[in-house]
Write a protein that binds this ligand. Structure first.
Ligand code: ATP
Ligand code: MG
Ligand code: MG
Length: 548
């Protein structure tokens, strides 16, 4: 695996340490608890926590819980579980922006007293249109010149709950003609009569992201506040608050490119809608790019860490091929997953020259590159299952698997030859008749004759039924349209094979370790399993089979 690459963020931090600016680096991962974490967040987590591990430092987990309308305890819990699953630990450094509501409020009053903030009675729409555009300056609000006394009185009454939602806001008084629109008197507080998961009904005014974020960083002593590029234009405002307020430290904001992936939308708005509209079975649907979805799908956290390490941290936005993520998953699972056999679409085989009522135990290896993984027994007998796709009655030239008269090897067992085909009244092949060569036990012929195919199989009686779920890309379009994503959904993103068979031990195990089903891919037991009907999800196929 590649070493952690140097990137511009780490270079900045190293330079700051070299210059003695800080003794300790303090970063934070600041999710808003309004949804589940996705793989884009994994990039941010690995960067913030990774930096704190590599340099002397610490990383805080801070919930940016300033908008109670969209935030829920379920998300607070899932975010903590997902950060831990990814392999990072905030120790005792768990914080909530809502813990700072009192201080943020006091500082807002200070801005008012310093003539740097005012209460605006304009509607949201009026504020938006008077803000101007890139080419046109904004217009001053008619309420901009209110006295300090009037502003303080109104702001206190906003806090006391005297006004309905949207009636007034508190705005910073900066410059309505600033080239940077973020400096045109941004909103600091809005009225929201809403229950907050942590502060309950204590507040009916809530700080904006721009106002809360930097001050929370300063309170916590964050040295490097790392965020995504869309906040680059907010940095002058971030710095403005830090300069004007008596904050206890001077954090700096740095921006990096967010992760974008082909065939994937990484936006909580879209992911929320996919769940709400029932396009997927929930936040942890294995097709979702959420960490919960990936965990359920059997993606090892080490594969995600390796992926974000490989893509690196850059200053320019780009789109990463999802094939790179799949490569990392495959590589990790090839190394770690034990091998088993499963037949996804079974076709019955009767070995006519194998004695009726007799069985024997054959030895199968659990991992070809890891002898310590050991072996297991597989029962061979007269009645078996093979994969429907491994048989063709009228094969084309290059088809080397089973066909009438052709001989193949059954993995860990014998050579078998097809001698007959049984069909139903619709003309479909429902059973094969074969013979086996007892001299080929273990898979080689003493006379040196060769076969061109080795196939997986299962014993009919000693295997168990299972449901197998095959996942394809959730979106059929390599660059799905976030504003109209429903039309880009892949109608074949989930394929259910309800009549599959697996080794008995696989069916009976409750392990959630992913396995390789030989020749088929990597699979993991799903939580939808019932005692009589285990369900296995395909994490990923053995090879890149793009694009479906
Ligand atoms: P979304 O746009 O999906 O709603 P968000 O940025 O609003 O995501 P937050 O909960 O605010 O979600 O994100 C927490 C942190 O994760 C932020 O610092 C944010 O910059 C970072 N982050 C979010 N999405 C990505 C991404 N795709 N790539 C890298 N970092 C991301
Ligand atoms: Mg956000
Ligand atoms: Mg967002």
């Amino acid at each position: 695996a590649a070493e952690v690459g140097r990137d511009f963020i780490r270079d900045i931090i190293q330079a700051d340490l070299d210059q003695g600016k800080y003794k300790e680096i303090v970063t934070r991962f600041p999710p808003e608890p309004n949804g589940y974490l996705h793989i884009g967040h994994a990039k941010s987590i690995a960067l913030n926590f990774g930096v704190a591990q590599e340099f002397p430092g610490r990383c805080h987990l801070r919930f940016d819980d300033t908008n109670p309308v969209k935030e829920e305890q379920e998300y607070i819990d899932s975010i903590q579980a997902d950060v831990r699953w990814l392999g990072f630990d905030w120790g005792k450094n768990l914080f909530f922006a809502s813990d700072y509501f009192d201080r943020l409020y006091e500082w807002a009053e200070k801005l008012i007293r310093d003539g740097l903030a005012y209460v605006d009675d304009q509607t949201q729409e009026e504020i938006r249109t008077s803000r101007g555009t890139l080419t046109e300056p904004g217009k001053n609000s008619p309420f901009r010149e209110r006295s300090v006394e009037e502003n303080l009185d109104l702001f206190r009454r906003m806090k006391a709950g005297e006004f309905p939602n949207g009636a007034r806001v508190l705005r910073a008084k900066i410059d309505m003609a600033a080239g940077n629109i973020n400096l045109r008197d941004p909103v600091l507080y809005r009225i929201l009569h809403a229950h907050h998961p942590r502060t309950g009904n204590a507040w009916c005014i809530y700080p904006s992201y721009d106002y809360a974020h930097g001050q929370s960083d300063a309170i916590e002593g964050i040295t490097h506040s790392i965020c995504t590029l869309e906040f680059e234009d907010h940095r002058p405002l971030y710095d403005w608050f830090i300069e004007k307020l008596p904050v206890p430290s001077q954090p700096h904001q740095y921006e990096f490119a967010r992760l974008n992936l082909t065939y994937t939308l990484l936006s909580k708005r879209v992911l929320t809608q996919l769940v709400r509209d029932g396009h997927v079975a929930g936040w942890d649907d294995p097709r979702m790019p959420t960490m919960a979805g990936m965990r359920r799908r059997g993606v090892p956290p080490a594969a995600l860490r390796e992926f974000v390490k490989r893509i690196g941290v850059a200053k320019a936005n780009s789109v990463v091929d999802v094939g790179m993520l799949e490569f990392c998953i495959r590589e990790e699972l090839n190394r770690t997953a034990q091998r088993r056999m499963a037949v996804l679409k079974p076709l019955k085989v009767v070995i006519e020259n194998y004695p009726e009522g007799q069985t024997e135990e054959l030895e199968a290896i659990n991992h070809p590159d890891d002898p310590s993984a050991g072996t297991r027994k597989i029962t061979f007998g007269r009645e078996l299952y093979i994969e429907q796709d491994d048989f063709m009655e009228n094969p084309p030239k290059k088809f080397f698997r089973l066909s009438p008269g052709n001989e193949v090897r059954l993995r860990y067992a014998y050579f078998v030859k097809c001698t007959g085909v049984i069909k139903n009244d619709k003309g479909e092949v429902v059973e094969l008749r074969c013979t086996y060569d007892p001299a080929t036990k273990g898979g080689n012929a003493p006379d040196g004759r060769k076969v061109k195919a080795t196939m997986h199989w299962l014993p009919a009686a000693a295997s168990k039924p299972a449901e197998i779920r095959i996942y394809n890309q959730l979106f059929a379009n390599p660059s799905p349209d976030a504003s109209n994503f429903a039309t880009d959904l892949n109608p074949n993103s989930l394929e259910i094979l309800a009549d599959a068979r697996v080794e008995a031990s696989v069916a009976e195990s409750n392990s959630t370790e992913p396995m390789q089903f030989e020749r088929q891919g990597y699979f993991v037991r799903d939580k939808d399993s019932t005692p009589g009907k285990p369900v296995f999800s395909r994490t990923i196929g053995l090879r890149d089979t793009f694009a479906k």
